[in-house]
Design a protein around this ligand. Structure first.
Ligand code: CMX
Length: 134
């Protein structure tokens, strides 16, 4: 079970436009995509930093997982996403090792990636995503 690289880091924000100002104005990064992911109830903004991306996540509904996260913990790092091959096999593999899955099989995420989440309760408190190019 060796992930290829960190595909992206998800960061929960209250206001996408305000947060983009920081990443563009202070860090000098360029937002290359804004996308609403209906299924996840988030609006996302992406930046590339080398091979890794930053994904800003603004909730689009009160019952969005990101809205719940911000209400509880405030804005900040929300999840880490690893690029893997054979995503469904990798989910099965970690489940067999005792990790609690949020997604037993992959589903569609932002940028058309296939994604699957591992529960933070069994990953040392870090919401973990596996993702794979379709
Ligand atoms: N990181 C670490 N811990 C988290 C967390 C996060 N991002 N989100 C929730 N938790 C913790 C909570 O703090 C809480 O811990 P305690 O029991 O110690 O208080 C526990 O998990 C349960 O949290 P909750 O607020 O009651 O929320 P739910 O159980 O309803 O949901 C979770 C938690 C992780 C299952 C849900 O957020 C989820 O399914 N996440 C995956 C999907 C997602 O986050 N989508 C948005 C991003 C999509 C994208 O990248 O495109």
């Amino acid at each position: 079970m060796i992930p290829n690289y960190i595909e992206h880091i998800g960061i929960a924000v209250k206001n996408l436009e305000e947060s983009i100002k920081y990443y563009e104005g202070i860090l000098g990064l360029k937002c290359y995509s804004i996308e609403v992911v209906e299924e996840q109830k988030v609006k996302t903004a992406f930046f590339k930093v080398g091979q890794t991306k930053l994904e800003l996540l603004e909730p689009t509904a009160d019952d969005s997982p990101v809205a719940k996260f911000i209400a509880k913990k405030g804005e900040g790092v929300h999840h880490i996403a690893f690029s893997v091959e054979n995503l469904n096999d990798k989910l099965t593999e970690v489940a067999e090792k005792g990790v609690q899955l949020i997604d037993k099989t992959s589903r569609k995420g932002a940028e058309g990636l296939n994604i699957g989440f591992l529960h933070p309760k069994s990953t040392g408190g870090v919401l973990t995503e596996f993702c794979e190019q379709p």
